[in-house]
Design a protein around this ligand. Structure first.
Ligand code: DI6
Ligand code: FE
Length: 401
């Protein structure tokens, strides 16, 4: 059978749904044509592929290209000074009163051009790509006006043209209350629902809609209004929920068929049962837990018990997770949250694809999926979770190239 490329003499971690564990294949082969996998499996079962190019992987491991399914990687400025203030003992309230927090990033983002937003994100994006990331989710949420949110999402789309990277965008206008609406959260939510979502949907700038449902964010009732507007425009929903407190935003999101609920440190049985019933993916963000020195662990045992798929992501953002290493997130998932090696690896491949509603096209090494591969200089996939600050990537392939 004719094909473009064959990768032979490889060990595959297919992450396939119907396989046990990571779906390991010891003497494996992958064949691709027009950017898609046409075969991934035992070399001895491979049909005779007549490939234009054959790559000898010399026994290296191949995983699906890694997926970072939750980032705020586009933003103006940084919050390093705020970090220094916190180390000197300043509280959040003091920092917020001094103009810190999300609103300081909002000001820096509003004053940045589209090109400047792209340029400042590129080093962070390149760091993730260097570790084998082939798909990156990027949220808006630092503009908080229609024009500024559009510019953020256009910058996100532009990154997908500037790099060989699959970009998925989420509109997070309901991230914080902008100063123009001080004291009028309901008025701002009306603008999010009545003006921003219709305009963004019209321009296909957002692939999903996200909400920060939290005491310092938006209420469950306001969240529900945003979900209704998203659904009206055919957009999937996801949520930042139970990060700092329990508002049962994750149960609410599950009832609305959310593709993911993220953070979840304060989620309980009620939330997890609702997520299991709706197939909502639990996206855990150990970088924010670590950087904010949280102490409340997400209910991993409950998620396992109810069969809720677990994904992991960097939550790359300037305030609570200035982290651009998905490999470090793998180690944190195991070391901080006690996930198994297999759960961690599934968390940045198959389950991360599910958190983006992309299970049909990426996240495993199976025929029909995009040929997104990460080829590693390791003897055991466990090394990807075990090592701290070491990058064993040999080669990153996106769409077969
Ligand atoms: N949760 C978070 O941890 C970030 N946003 C959110 O909804 C914080 C974003 C920031 O501090 O800039
Ligand atoms: Fe986040």
């Amino acid at each position: 059978m004719r094909c473009d490329t064959v990768w032979r003499n490889a060990r595959l971690a297919t992450m396939a749904q119907d396989s046990d564990g990571i779906g390991a294949v010891n003497d494996g082969l992958i064949a691709a044509a027009q950017g898609r996998i046409i075969y991934a499996g035992e070399a001895r079962h491979a049909h005779a592929f007549d490939a234009a190019q054959t790559v000898d992987c010399e026994g290296r491991w191949i995983t699906p290209g890694l997926i970072d399914c939750h980032t705020h990687i586009i933003h103006g400025g940084d919050r390093a000074q705020e970090f220094a203030m916190r180390l000197a003992g300043a509280s959040y309230e003091e920092i917020a009163r001094a103009g810190g927090g999300i609103l300081s990033t909002m000001r820096a983002t509003r004053s940045a051009s589209l090109d400047a937003l792209v340029a400042s994100a590129l080093p962070r994006v390149d760091a993730l790509m260097a570790e084998g990331v082939t798909t990156l989710e990027i949220k808006s949420g630092y503009g908080l006006t229609l024009d500024d949110e559009c510019r953020m999402l256009r910058a996100a789309r532009a990154l997908g043209h500037a790099r060989a990277l699959r970009i998925v965008t989420s509109f997070l206008g309901a991230h914080a209350l902008p100063p123009e609406y001080a004291g009028d959260a309901d008025g701002y939510i009306e603008a999010v629902c009545g003006t921003m979502i219709p305009a963004l949907a019209q321009e296909h700038l957002a692939d999903a809609v996200d909400v920060f449902c939290e005491g310092i964010g938006f209420t469950p009732a306001q969240t529900e209004r945003v979900f209704a507007a998203a659904k009206q425009h055919g957009l999937p929903v996801k949520i930042h929920a139970e990060q700092l407190s329990s508002l049962h935003g994750s149960a609410l999101a599950a009832r609305h068929g959310a593709i993911s609920a993220d953070h979840l440190e304060h989620a309980d049985t009620h939330d997890v049962v609702a997520m299991a019933a709706s197939g909502t993916v639990a996206v855990l963000l150990p970088g924010a837990y670590y950087f904010m020195r949280e102490t409340q662990l997400p209910p991993v045992a409950l998620l396992r018990q109810h069969g809720v798929p677990i994904a992991l992501a960097t939550d790359c953002n300037p305030g609570t997770s200035p982290l651009t290493s998905l490999l470090l997130v793998l180690n944190m998932g195991a070391t901080l949250f006690r996930l198994t090696v297999e759960e961690c690896l599934l968390g940045v491949t198959r389950n991360a694809a599910a958190a983006l509603g992309l299970s049909q096209s990426i996240g495993t090494l199976e025929a029909g999926k995009a040929c997104d591969l990460a080829i590693w200089d390791i003897n055991d996939p466990a090394e990807l979770v075990y090592r701290i600050g070491f990058n064993p990537l040999h080669m990153r392939i996106k769409d077969g190239r």
